[in-house]
Design a protein around this ligand. Structure first.
Ligand code: BEZ
Ligand code: FE
Length: 299
């Protein structure tokens, strides 16, 4: 269809830009770009930036791109601290009530971590307060799911992941893969996680500081739990005593993911669990939702 030629002016700016898009452009791209242009122009009209301020924004985006490498994704970090990563995750993982909710993946997941037998210890540097985590993987009706794969990873007691401290921490420190047994049970030893800052030495860290925000994540353990026929769960469990629970830098905390951490200060119980000192006992069950029919069809 012929479009009326329209020159650009302040009032009609977004409409003029969007009218340039071809009817032949991919329908989803048209939708995405027209919404983005509409809201971007509305934001610029509300903010009324000076040229200098607009250039500061351009420089920030340039530096964010320049910070990106194979192992450092500063744009994802930006999306994280703006709450966009959690919003996209929420939109894409609306689960039935009772199912374990998702939260952010984070940049420190490593595929193919070492496989362990239930009960083994993933802490290889001997630092931190010993912890035993055990529980069950079930479906929504409470039926156990045997052979579920549980991938776990966390920081060490200094607040760093192994991949952030190559040559300082043992390789694969505090990460491993467990498999639920015939009753759906899993169990492993580790150390109580502590809070730690997200990487804050780049433009996103500077932006956080300029906004008067701290970079800390509430103390957590990461999990990916998968089983055939069920929706994979990418999640965390959080310690209940962390001062950053309600102000996690990336908005990753959900009330349902805060676990009970019980201190066991009994020499015989410690010995039975294979510890020589008091330890933290965490009981945590994962509840998986059935995957949709379409997903189940994927081999
Ligand atoms: C993490 O939990 O590992 C993480 C998540 C988002 C940004 C940085 C780190
Ligand atoms: Fe983390």
């Amino acid at each position: 269809m012929e479009r009326a030629a329209q020159y650009f002016d302040e009032a009609s700016s977004a409409d003029v830009v969007n009218a340039r898009m071809s009817d032949d452009a991919d329908a989803r791209l048209r939708q995405v770009m027209s919404v983005l242009v509409k809201h971007l122009h509305a934001a610029v009209k509300e903010i009324e930036p000076t040229h200098e301020e607009w250039f500061t924004a351009i420089r920030f985006l340039t530096e964010t791109g320049q910070m990106c490498t194979d192992w450092r994704q500063e744009y994802i970090l930006l999306s994280d601290i703006l709450g966009v990563s959690m919003l996209v995750d929420a939109i894409n993982h609306r689960r039935p009530s009772g199912a374990t909710p998702n939260t952010i993946l984070g940049p420190f997941y490593v595929a193919n971590a070492p496989e362990y037998s239930n009960g083994e210890n993933i802490c290889l540097d001997g630092k931190g307060e010993p912890m035993m985590v055990e529980g069950c993987v079930t479906d929504i009706e409470g039926n156990p799911i045997p052979n579920a794969k549980l991938e776990v990873w966390q920081t060490n007691d200094d607040g760093f992941y192994d991949v952030q401290q190559k040559g300082i921490q043992p390789d694969s420190n505090l990460r491993g893969v467990f498999t639920s047994d015939a009753e759906g049970r899993y169990c492993f030893k580790s150390v109580k996680p502590r809070h730690y800052p997200i990487p804050a030495d780049g433009p996103v860290g500077k932006l956080l500081a300029a906004m008067g925000r701290h970079p800390n994540r509430a103390a957590h353990l990461h999990f990916i739990v998968t089983a055939p026929g069920f929706e994979p769960v990418i999640t965390h469990i959080f310690t209940p005593d962390c001062p950053y629970l309600t102000e996690d830098a990336v908005f990753g905390v959900k009330r349902e993911l805060i676990a009970d951490f019980n201190k066991v200060d009994d020499a015989r119980a410690a010995k039975r669990a294979g510890f020589s000192s008091p330890f933290w006992s965490v009981s945590w069950d994962f509840t998986l939702a059935n995957s949709s029919k379409a997903e189940q069809a994927i081999p």
